[in-house]
Design a protein around this ligand. Structure first.
Ligand code: ARG
Length: 445
């Protein structure tokens, strides 16, 4: 049974209906709460410009609040034959309030409605991701400080290279996250502009008060140009996905290191047995599947911006149904990233560090540069010192001095973790999630 907002006096081909709706109803479930909030702001504005009576506004707001509560309880459904979340909310209002429900769509299109829903949804997800990145960051800084004096080999070409430390290794991923957060912040700022009022992408002949809906929804400002507001569909998702991919890239790389360092051939780190998985045939196995899955999921997330780009890049300005398909990869990606971040922090916390790596003679040669530097500091030209140590190594006469002195900023002896923490704090301070939270609270009170 069809129940379309745009239904007129002819039937709708069922095959076309099946195909054009596709998985969209499932995707729209992510947006239900936000569709309600967007409608609350829109109708409050409609009343202010005389398109709704104040009693009508009161009744509609009360009912939208009920629908919001239904969403919060996890009981919201898009009924059979209803095309999308926007149609479902309007249907629920009309069922309850009759003609009043039919008035709410003045000056609005599903095009700007889905734009605003997406932005409201994304704001919450960015907040959650920022919090989870911070948890992982704190864990990494803590481990970095805890193991700052534990040396490990650093590699180039996967060949033993120079002394590194667990302080450096953990701290490197913390600083990487601090950089990733810059993208998240840029994504936040671009998302936090109100597209509502652009309607189908060309505005409206009603004197819409877009400043009012901007304030009611706690946006920083609006997407001013209505054509551009519509062009933000796809672009916003791509920018957010890019920030997510940047974070995922850091986590995937860290997971690869952890898998490698956990191998018996390295034995730098170990997972407690209860955090490993076994084999159905090899009784001794204790596999780091958790890091492997984090790696794969985070690698997959890095394809997200490309997927979105390929869907939206070659579209001219104006709305197209193509944009609907972005939701299918974009919306579920947040839960995947959040799960990976949470699990990464959890497993890093549990990871045990081998404090005796350097007992193995295999790593002695990583002190070669230290020896060259000692000679150079004592006055021998660097190239001569290099040659002397090189010849000692070839003759099997190199004796490592494992007392190293790395003191400059960011080196083993001077990690600058406090500076890295300041970078992260600075970035987090730029978000102002309270503005969004207060605006939504006010709408719902
Ligand atoms: N499901 C649609 C989407 O995600 C909603 C907008 C529909 N607009 C339209 N003109 N058909 O894009």
């Amino acid at each position: 049974m069809s129940n379309k907002l745009w239904e007129k006096n002819y039937g709708i081909n069922e095959e076309i209906e099946r195909f054009t709706v596709g998985r969209d109803r499932e995707m729209d479930m992510y947006l239900a709460k936000y569709d309600v909030l967007g409608s609350m702001a829109h109708i409050t504005m409609l009343e202010s410009i005389g398109l709704l009576g104040s009693d009508e506004l009161k009744a509609l707001l009360a009912e939208l609040k009920n629908i919001y509560a239904v969403c919060e309880r996890g009981e919201f459904v898009i009924e059979d034959g209803v095309e999308d979340v926007h149609s479902q909310v309007e249907l629920m209002l009309t069922r309850k309030l009759g003609d009043m429900g039919k008035k709410i769509h003045s000056g609005r299109s599903r095009n700007d409605q889905v734009l605003v829903d997406l932005k409201l949804f994304i704001r919450h997800e960015i907040r959650d991701i920022a919090m989870l990145v911070k948890v992982l960051f704190d864990e990494l800084i803590e481990k970095s400080n805890q193991f700052k004096d534990v040396l490990m080999p650093g590699y180039t070409h996967l060949q033993v290279a120079m002394p590194s430390s667990f302080g450096l290794w953990f701290g490197a991923y913390a600083e990487s996250l601090a950089d990733d957060m810059l993208f998240l912040q840029a994504a936040w700022r671009m998302t936090n502009r109100n597209p509502l009022g652009s309607a189908a992408g060309y505005g409206s002949s009603f004197p819409l008060n877009r400043t009012m809906t901007t304030e009611l929804l706690g946006f920083d400002t609006m997407n001013y140009n209505v054509v551009y507001a519509q062009m933000g569909r796809g672009k916003t998702e791509r920018n957010v996905a890019f920030a997510m991919a940047s974070i995922a890239g850091t986590v995937a790389k860290m997971a690869f290191d952890a898998c490698m360092f956990n191998s018996q051939n390295f034995s730098f780190v170990k997972l407690p047995k209860e955090c490993t998985t076994g084999s159905s045939i090899m009784p001794h196995k204790k596999n780091p599947d958790v890091f492997e899955l984090i790696r794969a999921k985070c690698n997959k997330l890095q394809a997200l911006p490309q997927q979105i780009v390929l869907i939206m890049n070659n579209l001219p300005c104006g709305y197209f149904r193509d944009l609907q398909i972005i939701k299918e990869s974009f919306l579920p990606a947040f839960d995947e990233l959040k799960d990976c971040l949470q699990m990464a922090a959890y497993i890093i916390n549990k990871m045990e560090v081998n404090r005796n790596i350097l007992d193995n003679k295999m790593y002695d040669l990583m002190f070669s540069v230290e020896e060259v530097n000692r000679l150079a500091a004592a006055g021998m030209p660097f190239r001569d010192a290099y040659k002397k140590v090189g010849l000692d190594i070839e003759a099997g006469q190199f004796v490592p001095d494992k007392n190293i002195h790395h003191t400059h900023e960011g080196s083993i002896g001077n990690l600058c973790n406090d500076k890295i923490q300041a970078l992260m704090e600075q970035c987090l301070d730029g978000f102002h999630f309270e503005k969004m939270e207060n605006a939504e609270k006010n709408l719902l009170k």
